[in-house]
Design a protein around this ligand. Sequence first.
Ligand SMILES: [Zn+2]
Length: 277
Amino acid sequence: MAEYTECEAVVLRRADYRESSRMVTLFARSHGRISAAAKGAMRPKSTLKAATELFFQGSFLLSQSRGRYVIASAQARKPHLELSADLEKLACAVYLRDFCEAVLTEGEAQDELYELLCVCLDALCREESDPRSVRLFFEVRAMELLGFQPEMAACAECGGSLEGEAWLSAAAGGLVCPRCLEKLGDGKLLLGGTVAMLRRMQTWDAARLSVLRSHETIERNLAQAWTPYLAYYLERNFRLEGFLDKLSAFAAKTESSVGRSVENRGELPCKSTKNGI
Ligand SMILES: [Zn+2]
C-alpha cells in the first residue's frame, strides 16, 4: 500500500526514460535529496512535464512504495523559466545545483541550504541580476551553513586588526595579517576590494543582491584565492565526485572571460546540454 507525502521541492536533475516517463532528482524541504519517477510526464497532455523541468520549484505530492517515490501531482510555486533564456544565468544555476549535490546526502534534510538555493534561483531570475554576485553570495552563505565560514573580521591567527588587503589561509581558517602569513607559510592575497565584497556577502540581504556588481579585478582575485579555499574545505569533508573539477573550470572560465565583451556571454562557464544537465 502506497503512502503519500507532500513536500516543497526544486528539480535538480531530470532524465527521460522509457517512452514517456522521467526520473527526477529533487531537493526537498524536510527530505533533502530524493529521486522520484514521473510516469507519463512526456505525454502531450501531462501536467508533470512542466513540473519536472530543471529548477522548477513547487509543491509535490509523492507516493512512496517499497522505498521508491512516484510523483502523483505537482503545483508550481516558481518555475524559474527565466533561466533558460540566459545562458550565463543558467550556467550559474547549474553550478549552484552541482554544489548542492556535492554536499547533500540522499534523504537527509538540509533545509537552510534548500532555502539558500531557492533565494539564489529567485535572484538569478531577476532581470537586472549579476550571476557572478549571486554565485559568490551562494558560496559565502553555503560555507557558513556547512560550518566553514572563514574568519573575516580580524586575523584568524593572532586576532589582530586587518585593514585593506589580507591573506586568506585555509590552514588558519580565514584572513591573516602579514606577520602570521610569514609564520604559517600559507595564504593567498585578497585585495582590499575582494575582502570588502566577501564581508558584504556575509550579511547582505538577498532581496538587494541585484544592486551588487562584481568586476574583473575581483573575479580574477577570487579565482586565485577564494576558489582554492572552497576546494580545500569541501574536499576534506565531502565525497565530491568531480565537483572540484567543475569548480576549477568555473573559476578558470570566469578568470579567462574577464575583460571580454558581453557578446561572448554565450560561452558557458560550465557545460550544459538540453537533456540530463
Ligand atoms: Zn596575525
